[in-house]
Design a binder for this molecule. Structure first.
Ligand code: DAV
Length: 373
């Protein structure tokens, strides 16, 4: 397989090996996410109020940037190289042959679009119109890495049309009972006709890649990943969390912390027949504690759940960075032998992500291990 000796400029095989270089997102130029067939953003607890459009207020952006900069400083203080996205005008509307959208989103969450799989960088197809060009703020970095080391490969996944036919708009109006009835069908707001995936629906475990089927990743997307990665020596495992009726991105649901240990979401158990892969290989699944903030205490325009609490960033198999107010999680991790570093990050929640979402690892120690022999 494409298994180097771990010395390439781009080298990251899992979520926890010692981190050497990372991209931290930026809120510069961020806009509110527009309403579109793949997304119905709502003002928290006031679903009838119109969701704002256009650029986010400068003070909201400044507060998030302060926390992102602080994270960058903490990482640098640990000797990790930190890179940032290039400026990008997200207020530009988009018009393609298949859709138009009034503005784009932001570069707070590189994890959603970019993924390092071993020595390869993959740009995800993305699932929402406003995020179609979200790879652009990272392209200067991709070119730099790709030019500097011939061992790096770079793949852009096929762009879907994002035409109306790609979406199932009734999804948004299904009553709860209907969602429950359909929970094992894995049919959400995107249909199965085109290849669709966000990078954040993947977890990396050495030569095994786990992919969640979700609102942002369909079965064709998983098939594409399988056909792309398996000839390169990886194994791709689809996973499902049937009680999550609005699944999007795996990193608030299933969070590997080191070899043999995964932090899980007590509200979203892994489908029963999929647990065996982990338990039969002696992996321990440990439930995250109840988050400190309830869903209604999350920022007004945040579209993610309270489980951003468990969206932690591992900088080594023994050191984890957590949001500073999540004391029950700090205690659990400390009890399990981790060194816990904390940073304030609540103002970044407004943009839909926490520490894992807001980063993209470029280089960690290690090579392709077989963790599920
Ligand atoms: O579980 O609330 C988080 C999405 C992070 N990008 C959730 C989704």
């Amino acid at each position: 397989m494409a298994n180097g000796d771990g010395t390439a400029v781009v080298n990251s095989w899992n979520e926890w090996d010692t981190l050497r270089e990372v991209v931290v997102g930026s809120a510069d130029g961020a806009c509110y996410e527009p309403t579109e067939p793949g997304n119905r953003p709502q003002v928290r607890d006031r679903p009838d109020e119109p969701f704002p459009t256009g650029p986010k207020p400068p003070e909201v952006i400044a507060k998030a940037n302060e926390e992102l900069d602080r994270l960058a400083e903490v990482l640098e203080s640990r000797g990790i190289v930190v890179r940032r996205p290039a400026p990008y005008d997200f207020s530009q509307p988009l018009r393609t042959p298949h859709f138009g959208v009034e503005n784009q989103y932001c570069a707070v969450c590189p994890r959603d679009v970019m993924i390092t799989v071993g020595n390869e960088i993959i740009e995800a197809t993305m699932s929402r119109r406003a995020r179609y060009f979200e790879y652009e703020p990272y392209r200067h970095l991709v070119y730099e890495y790709w030019e500097s080391d011939p061992r790096i490969s770079w793949t852009v996944a096929p762009k879907p049309t994002m035409a109306s036919a790609m979406y199932r708009e009734e999804f948004w109006t299904w009553p709860l009972e209907e969602r429950h009835r359909r929970m094992h069908q894995s049919e959400f707001c995107v249909t199965q006709d085109e290849v669709v995936f966000d990078a954040a629906d993947m977890n990396r475990f050495g030569r095994d890649i786990v992919v969640q089927e979700s609102m942002t990743t369909n079965r064709a997307g998983i098939r594409w990943l399988k056909r792309h990665l398996e000839p390169r020596g990886f194994r791709v495992h689809p996973v499902h969390f049937p009680l999550d009726y609005f699944p999007s991105h795996i990193d608030c649901t299933f969070v590997p912390l080191r070899t043999g240990l995964i932090l899980t979401n007590p509200d979203r158990p892994l489908r029963e027949d999929e647990v065996a892969l982990f338990t039969e290989n002696d992996w321990k699944l440990v439930e995250a504690p109840e988050p400190v903030l309830s869903n209604s205490e999350m920022p007004t325009h945040c579209q993610s759940s309270k489980w951003l609490s468990m969206n932690v960033l591992s900088i080594s198999p023994t050191t984890v960075i957590c949001e500073e107010q999540e004391a029950p999680l700090h205690d659990l991790l400390t009890d399990m032998g981790f060194e816990v570093l904390t940073v304030p990050f609540r103002n970044v929640f407004e943009f839909g992500g926490s520490l894992h979402c807001a980063t993209w690892d470029i280089r960690r120690d290690g090579t392709a291990e077989d963790l599920f022999p």
